[in-house]
Ligand binder design. Structure first.
Ligand code: MF3
Ligand code: CO
Length: 255
């Protein structure tokens, strides 16, 4: 499948999907506190998604059992919510969720330090900012490797490492479309040129220590091999003939 270029009608639907997803994230953020179970956060996310007439895209995707991926501390991505898994003060928590609205998906991740934890706070800040450094290059005519290079430079410049084994992706009618959106530069591979109408999920996954990751026996949870902290930040964006547009945003809600 080639990289799809969205029409104005499709973009309008993806904007609405993204706006709703920003609201879902804001509500989950408000609920996040020491003592809450990851199960409860997942159910809250699912409830809000459905209240807007949207569908939680992760639920049942390749057998994934929840609507929100919740990854704590050394968990990088795809942590599975559980009634017995309680958030503790000082945890680094990543909430990753995808919804579809009238057949179009939006995908976003936010990471938080729950309560004070200077190490987690710095990693969360750098991971978020690495997305915005990449975003500056997400312009028509540039290549995906320009975005990747900016993300990598910022993250590594702050002493952190970029996870290699997972990438962002195109998004639209499908949750995962072409192209793969790398967060690091690969020798001799510049990636495609960006074109107006492309919609991409850009999602740096940044580790405090080594970039190496492993998958737990649940076949989903991706953890750092060295047990160091990991953070993840993601928005769905639209390439235009001018500045990129973040689709997973809503008025009055912080990115
Ligand atoms: N945001 C994640 C991604 O881009 C969501 C995965 S949903 C899951 O891959 F079902 F695979 F967990
Ligand atoms: Co994604």
């Amino acid at each position: 499948m080639p990289v799809s270029i969205k029409t104005q009608e499709e973009i309008a639907l993806m904007r609405e999907a993204g706006r709703i997803l920003a609201i879902v994230h804001e509500e989950m953020k408000k609920a996040l506190c020491p003592g809450i179970s990851t199960y409860k956060i997942d159910k809250l996310g699912e409830e809000i998604i459905r209240s807007y007439g949207c569908i939680p895209s992760c639920l049942g995707y390749e057998g994934y059992p929840a609507s929100v991926c919740i990854s704590i501390n050394d968990e990088v991505i795809h942590g599975i919510p559980d009634k017995k898994r309680l958030i503790r003060e000082g945890d680094l928590v990543s909430l990753d969720t995808v919804l579809s609205y009238k057949g179009y998906h939006a995908d976003a991740t936010r990471s938080y330090s729950v309560g004070p934890n200077p190490r987690a706070e710095d990693l969360v800040r750098v991971t978020r900012q690495s997305f915005f450094e990449g975003l500056r290059y997400a312009k028509a005519g540039n290549r995906l490797s320009d975005v990747a290079g900016a993300i990598q430079k910022y993250a590594e410049g702050h002493g952190y490492s970029v996870v290699r084994d997972f990438t962002g992706h195109g998004i639209g009618k499908e949750m995962h479309e072409e192209p793969e959106v790398y967060n690091y530069v690969r020798p001799f591979r510049k990636g495609i040129k960006l074109v107006p109408g492309m919609t991409l999920a850009v999602e740096p996954m940044i580790n405090e220590g080594s970039p190496d990751v492993a998958i737990l026996d649940d076949d989903w949870t991706v953890v750092t091999c060295d047990g160091s902290l990991a953070a993840h930040y993601e928005n769905t964006i639209l390439i235009t003939d001018k500045e990129p547009v973040i689709l997973t945003r809503a008025d009055g809600i912080d990115l």
